[in-house]
Design a binder for this molecule. Structure first.
Ligand code: FMN
Ligand code: SF4
Ligand code: SF4
Length: 369
């Protein structure tokens, strides 16, 4: 199957062939590291690369203390060299950058152009980097982080922010600030928070979401996908065997289900995309408190669902509970009435889930308008 048809995933205007990414490890993840693993990944964030005097000095201090860092004289030249090596591959390339000022990021973006994703390292907890005003410093200084995002966006490039969960006072507020400043991607090291953090971020902003930290098996990756992750990334265990197993798992799952990161139903702990599977609001269930939280009247919700399926096969559903497939459950919930109608329409379960995905996208667009 064509990779776009399978995952319908685009980053930086490029099709992502599988929602598995390599996360950066300073001193380790460069173009050569990525090319060795390119068969089983869709994206990679090389670096981190220090890009100005203060952060290069911090890198030098870290090397002196025994850590591995990428060492070079001219950051723009090194990044040009590394990204050129990846340009011919089918891996979407991101560069993870440590800079001490918004202008440093903007300068690099202007030098390299829009062919790569610019990832702000707001994650590093090494003291010399924090002292240089990057890494975790940015999680404690969201205005500075917003200014950095805005500086990059003014250069017309795609921006990712690598965060570490649980460092900012409130990750929801942080996600909102990142979104409002214009970033495109949140790449979240979940630490020990797991899929609950993915769901929280998914319910807070509409950005592309990459889940990270110990996602070394398909079982764990599936938890992340079903709570809102668009991609998962690996750093320490980004070996070819682990990546191949994840790629095979998600590919098989996508072909079987039709929507690789379909949410769990809301009453089973799903994120807000699960509204696509919700019934009419007629009983006491988790739908009602959610509608209250997003300030949507019951009537408006019914109207929105109907609007989202207008002129699609989900519009009708004579024998279903609510007279329309718009209110029908996930394909994994057995139902002869829904399936009878799908058969009449000539739709497979996978087609049904693809239509439900479209519907979820429209619902989320309305919620985050
Ligand atoms: C040696 C090492 C270097 C790292 N360097 C960076 C970095 O430069 N920038 C960054 O954003 N994250 C960096 N990270 C964090 C990883 O990208 C990732 O968030 C973390 O290791 C958790 O994911 P994992 O469980 O898949 O390893 C580094 C991690 C390690 C182990
Ligand atoms: S509306 Fe239906 S699917 Fe949604 S939470 Fe309630 S019972 Fe579950
Ligand atoms: S008809 Fe079946 S799939 Fe549709 S809402 Fe009723 S139980 Fe769910």
């Amino acid at each position: 199957m064509d990779p776009y048809d399978r995952f319908e995933l685009i980053l930086n205007d490029e099709v992502v062939k599988t929602p598995i990414a390599i996360a950066s490890m300073a001193g380790w993840v460069d173009a050569a590291y990525v090319l060795e693993r390119a068969a089983h990944i869709g994206a990679a964030f090389i670096g981190g690369y220090s890009i100005d005097e203060a952060t290069l000095e911090a890198s030098a201090a870290l090397v002196k203390a025994g850590r591995k860092e990428f060492v070079y004289d001219d950051p723009a030249e090194e990044l040009r060299r590394q990204t050129a090596l990846l340009a011919e591959s089918d891996v979407v390339c991101g560069v993870n950058l440590r800079g001490s000022a918004p202008e440093s990021f903007q300068r690099i973006a202007e030098a390299l152009g829009s062919g790569v994703i610019y990832e702000i390292d707001a994650h590093c907890r090494q003291q010399p980097m924090i002292d240089a005003g990057c890494g975790e410093y940015l999680l404690h200084h969201p205005d500075r982080l917003a200014a950095t995002i805005e500086a990059l966006k003014s250069a017309g490039v795609t921006v990712s922010v690598k965060i570490r969960a649980g460092v900012a006072g409130d990750d929801r507020e942080l996600a909102r600030q990142i979104w409002r400043a214009g970033a495109d991607i949140i790449h979240a090291d979940l630490m020990d928070f797991g899929y609950a953090k993915v769901r929280q971020l998914r319910n807070t902003c509409p950005l592309t979401l990459i889940a990270n930290n110990s996602i070394n098996s398909f079982a764990v990756a599936k938890e992340m996908f079903s709570h809102g992750a668009d991609l998962v990334s690996l750093a320490r265990q980004s070996d070819a065997t682990t990546l191949a197993a994840l790629d095979a798992g998600v590919t098989e799952f996508a072909d079987e289900i039709g929507w690789y990161n379909a949410p769990k139903q809301l009453c089973r702990g799903g994120d807000m995309r699960a509204l696509t599977f919700c019934c009419m609001p007629v009983k006491d269930c988790p739908l009602l408190p959610l509608l209250k939280r997003i300030d949507m009247e019951r009537g408006a919700f019914i109207g929105l669902k109907q609007e989202c399926v207008a002129n699609t096969p989900l519009e009708e559903g004579e024998h279903t509970c609510f007279g329309s497939l718009a209110f029908c459950c996930k394909s994994s919930t057995p139902c002869m009435f829904r399936d009878m109608h799908l058969r009449e329409l000539g739709l497979s379960h996978q087609d049904y889930m693809r239509y439900k995905r479209r519907m979820a996208e429209k619902i989320m667009a309305r919620i985050f308008a």
